[in-house]
Write a protein that binds this ligand. Structure first.
Ligand code: MN
Length: 240
């Protein structure tokens, strides 16, 4: 029986972690350990200067162990896999994130960060993300098959599987592309705009990304722009 750790950077209340935990039950004993609120874009950050509080959580999927945590998604993998669970997880599933984690955006992603932490600990790890909140048809149709294929796959140390589902209706999805390399681009080219002047000569700015679909062939970004499910590998620091 596999022991599966499920987390999500959108928090334990997110729709994506509920759907992922429900599907993960097909593959083993599920331990949901996730932040008590939104932690998106926290990357691989962890909590070292204070304690972590972990509480049993009344999770809406029956038959799973569920805990909320005051820390980051990577903390959930560390504290969950090294302390809370009765033994190390066989696999970490991180997601399903609200919003793509493709191309260079993966560097900022705490969905990917949690999966990388799993890889650091020697656990097989899969990050899963989808385009948005409105249509889950593609994710829900492809999720189980993707887990069947990848959940036991042993990769080199510090490698993870990174999966993205387009948010289109299932009939508009063109299929699944594997071995997608990470694009050097991003869906939103970052820019900043001045929001207001602050007293004392300060200025308040906010990020104002500019959407583009300038994606190279063979990449995760290209697959998603073209309406495919994208599956690829990401390799974290420490590998040569
Ligand atoms: Mn998120």
């Amino acid at each position: 029986m596999r022991r599966i750790l499920v987390t999500n950077d959108d928090g334990i209340h997110s729709d994506g972690i509920i759907r992922l935990a429900e599907c993960a039950k097909n593959f083993g004993e599920v331990w949901v350990i996730a932040p008590d609120g939104e932690r998106s874009a926290a990357s691989h950050s962890i909590t070292l200067r204070t304690h972590l509080d972990i509480w049993p959580h009344d999770f809406p999927v029956s038959g799973v162990h569920a805990y909320s945590c005051s820390g980051m998604p990577a903390d959930c993998v560390r504290a969950g896999g090294l302390c809370l669970m009765p033994g190390k997880p066989d696999v970490v599933l991180s997601g399903i994130n609200y919003g793509y984690n493709a191309a260079t955006d993966t560097q900022y992603s705490a969905t990917v960060g949690a999966a990388f932490e799993g890889a650091f600990q020697g656990f097989r790890s899969i990050a899963l993300s989808e385009e948005g909140t409105s249509c889950h048809e593609v994710a829900d149709a492809y999720l189980k098959g993707i887990l069947e294929k990848w959940i036991d796959r042993v990769l080199p140390w510090n490698w993870i599987v990174n999966v993205n589902f387009p948010g289109c209706p299932l009939k508009a999805c063109k299929g699944l592309l594997e071995n997608r390399r990470a694009s050097k681009g991003s869906f939103y080219k970052d820019a900043y705009k001045e929001k207001e002047k602050l007293p004392g000569g300060g200025v308040r700015v906010e990020v104002a990304g500019i959407y583009n679909e300038d994606a190279e062939e063979g990449t995760d970004f290209r697959a998603l722009v073209d309406g495919y499910v994208s599956v690829g590998f990401l390799r974290n620091v420490g590998s040569v």
